[in-house]
Design a protein around this ligand. Structure first.
Ligand SMILES: *Cc1c(COP(=O)(O)O)cnc(C)c1O
Length: 474
């Protein structure tokens, strides 16, 4: 399998050559040249363990790692030990257990990994793939990132202790929840460096961009990234759509709907890929919070990224986005994989504008992909958390609440609905207390993590201070 850029530049690349990079050199995103067709294999795959299923699916996308090595990487990544924080510990072996709220209305638990958010599902694989490829090539990498919470901790737990990898993770000083700070800053691994920036998330993000744009520094210090546009993350997420489908159906001619709490369009992009491969997904329900850029697109055909000033801080903070960095992948498919059209549309977007597909040649194609959407507010979130607790005895986090709110509006008779659970409630304790008047359920292994010693360097929002830390440790 070879990979091409959504903007059409460069020669097709092998998987291992795009693994360590971010954007394609022409500014586009990588996608496989074609989607493998697997409808005929579904019966055979039903009943496979998660690791085995991951191996079958990833083998179709990764053709430059020997099968035995890829199998070993999948077996090592998807273990019941790593994904052990399930509501029902007896189900940990499923890796992504399915919990039914009602007949035909399910929750797929994706947040049972080390940082209690779905980003572990892909990031843990990335950690093992990075280690493997760097070993093979005798290279090292220094991962530089900025986080407002879930991404940074998932990256650190995936890369901790890995050979030839260091992680420099910037976070806004004092702006994450105490639980999220404790998760990241209590790591004592010698290859993990936490840097708290006096400022907001955007200041941290700007520093990362400035360092990455310094080509000489980037090359000398082998700076890399693990952000959500990395193809390997999308690919890893494809697997749990298959697993969830098998858990929720009895035969492979049944159709289902998935509802996905969405921010950067990474998670639901994997659902789109699964559907393009032939998984019978009738509907992909996209849920946003108050930052409804994507809901607006699927209702009106207009994609209008917001300015930072227009972006609201909400109680489902991992979905607080101004533009959806993976969205270009879907548009590439929508416009018939024509990079000329993508370049034209993103000329508008990159200049701070918007585009519409509402009355052009692509309007008729849009419904073909099965997307519907909705949005949720803080009040909806509180009501949904209360209601799901009262009716089903399930405690859900704020992002999953956005998903359930929209899933209920978009349910269709006879079509099983699978809502993706993207984090555990304990990560967002403040809103849980507001909704339920009690502390969130905390998995046993996380008792008292706020009291562990923390390792973090606090710096001003200055590029040179961050570069200095990198130089000092490399
Ligand atoms: C990252 C994240 C999301 C959004 O996922 P995207 O892939 O950006 O759409 C939703 N919920 C939680 C808890 C997250 O951490």
């Amino acid at each position: 399998m070879k990979y091409i850029s959504t903007r059409g530049g460069g020669e097709p690349q092998e998987f291992c050559d795009i693994l360590l990079g971010g954007l394609a050199p022409d500014g586009g995103l990588y996608l496989p040249e074609s989607y493998p067709q697997v409808a005929a294999q579904l019966d055979e795959w039903r009943g496979l363990s998660y690791a085995e299923l991951a191996f079958r699916i990833l083998s179709l996308f990764i053709t430059d790692i020997p099968a035995a090595d890829l199998k070993a990487i999948c077996d090592k990544t998807y273990t019941a030990q790593t994904y052990r924080w399930s509501r029902d510990p007896a189900k940990a072996r499923d890796i992504v257990p399915l919990t039914s709220m009602e007949p035909g209305f399910h929750l797929l638990e994706l947040s049972n990994g080390p940082t209690l958010a779905f980003k572990d599902m892909a990031m843990q694989l990335l950690g093992n793939l990075f280690e493997y490829v760097l070993d093979q090539r005798g290279e090292t990498i220094n991962i530089l990132g900025a986080t407002s919470g879930d991404t940074g901790s998932a990256a650190e737990y995936a890369m901790r202790g890995k050979r030839n990898v260091r992680v420099f993770m910037l976070s806004p000083d004092g702006r994450m929840s105490a639980f999220q700070r404790a998760q990241m800053y209590s790591l004592q691994d010698a290859n993990i460096f936490n840097i708290a920036v006096r400022g907001m998330f955007d200041d941290a993000q700007d520093i990362v961009k400035a360092v990455s744009n310094d080509a000489a520094f980037k090359a000398k210090y082998k700076i890399g990234a693990v952000n959500s546009i990395n193809w390997a993350r999308v690919m890893a997420q494809v697997v749990y759509y298959f697993k969830g489908y098998f858990e929720a159906t009895k035969s492979s001619d049944q159709e289902v709907a998935f509802c996905v709490p969405s921010g950067n369009f990474g998670n639901i992009c994997a659902g789109h890929v699964a559907r393009m491969m032939g998984l019978p997904i009738a509907r992909l329900v996209l849920a946003t919070n108050e930052n409804n850029v994507l809901d607006e697109f699927f209702r009106t055909g207009v994609y209008r990224p917001r300015t930072t000033a227009e972006t609201q801080v909400t109680s489902s903070p991992s979905m607080d986005i101004s533009k959806a960095s993976n969205f270009e992948r879907f548009i590439f498919d929508l416009v018939g994989r024509d990079p000329v059209v993508v370049r034209q549309l993103w000329r508008e977007v990159d200049a701070g504008g918007s585009f519409s597909v509402a009355d052009g040649p692509f309007a008729a194609r849009l419904p073909v992909y099965g997307f519907v959407s909705g949005c949720s507010t803080h009040a909806d979130r509180l009501a949904t958390i209360r209601d799901v607790w009262a009716w089903y005895g399930l405690m859900i986090d704020t992002h999953t609440a956005d998903g359930i709110k929209v899933a209920r509006e978009q349910r269709v008779a006879q079509l099983p609905m699978i809502v993706l659970e993207t984090a555990q409630a304990v990560k967002f304790g403040e809103t849980i207390r507001e909704a339920l008047g009690r502390d969130p359920v905390r998995p046993a292994g996380f008792d008292g993590i706020e009291n562990l010693p923390q390792r973090v360097e606090v710096v001003d929002a200055a590029v040179d201070q961050v570069k200095g830390i990198i130089v000092r440790h490399c």
